[in-house]
Design a binder for this molecule. Structure first.
Ligand code: HEC
Length: 142
């Protein structure tokens, strides 16, 4: 004898009961939890920079010439982020040394040798770095 449970369901204006067994109920809960965890981890690891970009930027000497919010020798992260906003792929290409400078091309010769410092990154590290630069404004530490 299976133990059915009645669950009231409301879909917009319709009220009706569905009957599920305890086993089905547990399965549904498991699926919901799995979906929440998957959604959360995609957000954390996929879209939001997870610190890799920041540590490359800080540890490879980029901060010598680039401040967050103020143009120094190099343009600020804010300036770069404005020019590359919505164009992560172009920034990845540039960081790999396969693109052309678009921020201050007249000073591009100064920046070009700096790309040597990041010439040995993995694909996802280039992506993290590009995201770190582009998403600068969305971070609380900005
Ligand atoms: C010696 C100073 C200096 C250092 C160190 C430096 N940069 Fe730059 N950077 C510049 C200058 C000057 C420009 C402006 C020229 C330009 O726009 O290409 C620039 C421009 C840029 C741009 C914009 C490129 C474009 O499209 O115009 C990016 C992105 C960038 N730097 C990233 C980095 C990263 C990442 C590092 C660390 C590996 C770094 N920079 C280290 C001087 C520096």
């Amino acid at each position: 004898m299976q133990d059915f449970k009645s669950r009231p369901v409301n879909i917009i204006f319709y009220n009706f009961d569905i009957y599920v067994t305890k086993r089905e109920e547990r399965l549904i809960m498991k699926k919901i939890i799995l979906l929440v965890v998957l959604g959360w981890s995609t957000l954390m690891l996929g879209n939001v920079d997870n610190g890799v970009g920041a540590s490359i930027f800080n540890n490879r000497g980029c901060t010598m010439c680039h401040a967050l919010d103020m143009d120094m020798v190099g343009p600020s992260i804010r300036t770069i982020s404005i020019r590359y906003s919505g164009n992560e792929n172009a920034l990845v290409m540039y960081l790999k040394g396969q693109g052309q400078p678009i921020v201050y091309p007249e000073r591009g010769e100064m920046m070009r040798p700096q790309l040597m410092k990041i010439a040995n990154l993995y694909e996802d590290e280039y992506r993290s770095l590009a995201r770190y630069i582009i998403q600068a404004f969305m971070r609380v530490d900005f």
